[in-house]
Ligand binder design. Structure first.
Ligand code: FES
Ligand SMILES: [Fe+2]
Length: 363
């Protein structure tokens, strides 16, 4: 499910931001990668050639030939090797090693196997092709990699759905929009969700987690009608760098989990000034009832669309590079995000949360 508005996206190029390299990002849905076929994508401004080998393994190469820089996507893929269109060099795509240089003769000493095209770690998880994007200038990934993010599941039977929307703003605006509690009653105004009149004061508890923060388990806001369907659930929301928001809603009876819902939302830089939001969700309720998924998708799509439209409008304004304000307490999570990002980029500084914090806002 993809939400786009290409004409608007093409017209806007807002201010860029610094990107966090050296981590995993979802490049695209992995069912788009068919055996023996390739496709292209942009991730953190890096052009990628993605594909699936005949043995089922997926790969993500830098879409540039190391010989003279023509995109490898201009060439051929036979399910085993990617061959450059210009001089026919062949590469094994998972590791990037050169397998053949057609112009070499018996008089040459050059060993093709010592030449590598850029090839990045690439893993299928929750229906995404996750790609580890190394720091610029590092063509190889380090030996030890952080774990690939995974949507938590609390039982064997569940339904899943995913959504995707391009955003014409840089990843910072996408992320702080995601964690912003104060826009709900205005942007997500709808009869089935909430009205502006439903605003009331809230108290939320947060605690630090590695490279992020957790909204401590709480019972969802009583003005969110859909939550009433699943009983007395407990919600936990985690945000962690570089771009991940996990939300889990677990309902328990006598300590046993009766129902659960989990979502992972990521905001991924496509370039330094544009990004894409991906939502994957899984839930245990009514898995036998086929109508549930389309209905959930209908609501989810509208919800994400409301955010997307608002960010397109915001991008119009951001072209004029206005200054930004972050206020307490509603924008406190955004302040933490910027502090955590700075800490990751510089390798210095303290976690912005030294312990549990209570925040108050009206939404
Ligand atoms: S540019 Fe790719 S083989 Fe020469
Ligand atoms: Fe929103």
């Amino acid at each position: 499910m993809k939400l786009r508005n290409d004409s608007l996206l093409a017209n806007v190029d807002g201010p860029p931001t610094e990107l966090i390299f050296g981590d995993w990002y979802p490049a695209l849905r992995s069912d788009l990668l068919r055996k023996g076929k390739t496709t292209t994508s942009l991730l953190l401004g890096v052009p990628l050639l993605l594909g699936r080998k005949n043995d089922g393994r997926i790969f993500a190469m830098r879409d540039l030939c190391p010989h003279r820089g023509i995109p490898l996507s201009a060439g051929w893929f036979d399910g085993e090797h990617v061959q450059c269109k210009y001089h026919g060099w062949k590469f094994e795509p998972c590791g990037g090693q050169c397998a053949e240089i057609p112009s070499l003769t018996q008089f040459d000493t050059l060993q093709p196997g010592k030449i590598f095209a850029g090839a990045y770690p690439c893993v299928e998880q929750d229906g995404y092709a996750w790609v580890y994007v190394p720091k610029p200038g590092e063509n190889r990934a380090p030996a030890s990699l952080p774990p690939v993010p995974e949507l938590p599941k609390f039982g064997p039977r569940f339904t899943t759905a995913h959504l995707q929307a391009d955003l014409p703003c840089n990843v910072d605006h996408g992320i702080i929009g995601l964690m912003d509690p104060a826009h709900g009653p205005f942007v997500h105004r709808a009869w089935w969700w909430r009205s502006a009149a439903s605003i009331h004061e809230k108290t939320k508890h947060f605690e630090p987690i590695p490279e992020g923060f957790r909204m401590s388990p709480h019972t969802p806001s009583s003005n969110s009608a859909p939550y009433k369907l699943i009983g007395k659930p407990e919600t936990t929301i985690d945000f962690s760098l570089p771009n991940r928001r996990f939300e889990t809603v677990v309902a328990r009876k006598n300590g046993e989990i009766t129902h659960w819902f989990a979502s992972l939302t990521t905001v991924t830089p496509v370039t330094a000034s544009t990004c894409r939001i991906d939502v994957i969700a899984a839930w245990s309720m009514l898995t036998w009832l086929p109508i549930v998924r389309p209905v959930a998708m209908w609501f989810g799509k509208r919800f994400v669309r409301q955010d997307q439209e608002t960010m397109m409008e915001q991008a119009e304004g951001l072209r004029f590079r206005p200054a930004m304000m972050l206020i307490d307490d509603a924008d406190k999570p955004a302040k933490w995000y910027f502090a955590l990002k700075q800490r990751r980029l510089s390798g210095e500084g303290e976690h912005p949360l030294t312990g549990p914090v209570e925040l108050h806002w009206r939404s």
